[in-house]
Ligand binder design. Structure first.
Ligand code: MN
Length: 231
């Protein structure tokens, strides 16, 4: 094996509640329009035939509790609180009945979004990457092992900004449930341990500015906290 010509970047990883070991992240898949009320507020509708996806680089990960400098190129940075599913085993063409067996754990996450760039991309029928995949745009709290989490159902998911409620829904409001997402995504990719899925956000997304404190929470999971810093 030849040496690298420069040192590789650090492996992106998530912390795990109650465990010293880290969860190494490979790919980040994100589900679009998975809550009907959010699809409506964005001026769209849910495609009930099948979910759709976009991705973020694992190097876009930011740990809960960090400060995210207000990112460049936007005037409209938005929060999206989401259930994050982390896989711990391979899955290819897995049935909905078998899908939950590959889940390593769950976390609370923030899909931070440069909404103006995403909107421009939508208007021009261009990819969403610059709106969605930027440094620090995937903020994720500690993973809770799946064995310690009750079945995903009517748990509350919510987000406050500076203590004021912005988003609140139930995980059971998701159009595509966790098993359905894993099963469908596994028809498109050879999923494996280290792949994580951000499962979409409920209604109430909105802008944040430097100095704001974001707190995302899902019943039974570790919270996610973020402060927006100066540009
Ligand atoms: Mn999202």
């Amino acid at each position: 094996m030849n040496d690298y010509v420069f040192p590789p970047r650090q492996q992106p990883a998530l912390s795990i509640s109650g465990e010293a070991g880290l969860y190494p992240v490979a790919r980040i898949f994100c589900v679009g329009r998975n809550y009907a009320a959010h699809a409506a507020e964005m001026g769209g509708a849910v495609d009930r035939e099948k979910p759709f996806y976009f991705t973020k680089s694992a190097h876009a990960l930011l740990q809960s509790g960090a400060v995210l400098p207000y990112p460049p190129g936007t005037q409209d940075l938005h929060h999206e609180v989401e259930l994050v599913v982390a896989l711990g085993a391979p899955a290819f063409r897995v049935s909905t009945e078998q899908a939950l067996r590959v889940v390593f754990g769950y976390a609370t996450g923030l899909d931070m979004t440069r909404r103006d760039l995403q909107g421009e991309a939508k208007d021009k029928r261009r990819p969403w990457d610059t709106g969605k995949d930027f440094e620090g745009s995937a903020v994720i709290g500690a993973l809770t092992p799946a064995l310690d989490v009750p079945p995903v159902g009517p748990q509350a998911i919510r987000l406050t900004v500076n203590g004021a409620k912005r988003q609140e829904a139930l995980l059971s409001d998701m159009v595509w449930d966790v098993a359905g997402i894993i099963s469908h995504l596994s028809t498109l990719y050879h999923l494996d341990a280290g792949d994580i899925i951000m499962t979409g956000t409920p209604a109430g997304v909105g802008a944040v500015v430097p100095g704001d404190h974001l707190a995302g929470a899902i019943d039974g999971l570790a919270p996610v906290n973020l402060e927006i810093g100066p540009a």
